[in-house]
Ligand binder design. Structure first.
Ligand code: CA2
Length: 144
């Protein structure tokens, strides 16, 4: 089983600002947690981060027939990107959406997620641990 973990814009800056929302750990700590979660399950993985919508669309397109599942935190593109939604629908790879914060209890504009329309599950509000939960959810789904 091989899964692709995609992180969207500004997540590479984690730990620099807004620790009350995203915690004080940095992106490298998040990657370590993702790596550990995948290794515990014996799952092959690749972690990808981009600040560019088109690059994320390209990555999703190229995942076709290479990856069995996707965990994605589209960051701000969650709320704007029909292009990412369409790419996920086009490749039809089982996808779990994850958010560090609880997007339903923040600004009004964060409440809607385009990506959720293509996701088998959305995990939110669990901090970095949400990635572990998302990877486990995807693993269980793909193991069925
Ligand atoms: O809660 C999440 O994981 C989000 O996807 C994070 C996005 C935000 O736009 C979504 O609404 C919810 C923001 C990611 C990066 O934000 C930073 C802000 C300040 C400093 C570092 C990162």
């Amino acid at each position: 089983m091989k899964i692709l973990i995609i992180n969207g814009p500004n997540l590479n800056l984690l730990g620099l600002r807004e620790p009350e929302i995203y915690g004080s750990r940095n992106y490298s700590a998040l990657c370590s947690l993702i790596e550990k979660s995948c290794e515990e399950l014996g799952v092959e993985y690749e972690i990808y981060q981009s600040n560019h919508e088109g690059a994320i669309v390209d990555k999703i397109q190229n995942a076709y027939s290479t990856f069995d599942g996707i965990v994605i935190n589209p960051a701000a593109y969650t709320h704007t990107s029909i292009a990412i939604l369409d790419a996920l629908k086009a490749v039809s790879i089982p996808t779990v959406e994850v958010h560090i914060s609880d997007i339903n209890s923040r600004d009004e504009f964060r409440k809607f997620s385009y990506v959720s329309l293509a996701a088998i599950k959305t995990v939110m509000g669990l901090g970095f641990d949400g990635y572990r939960v998302a990877i486990n959810e995807l693993y269980n789904y793909l193991s069925k």
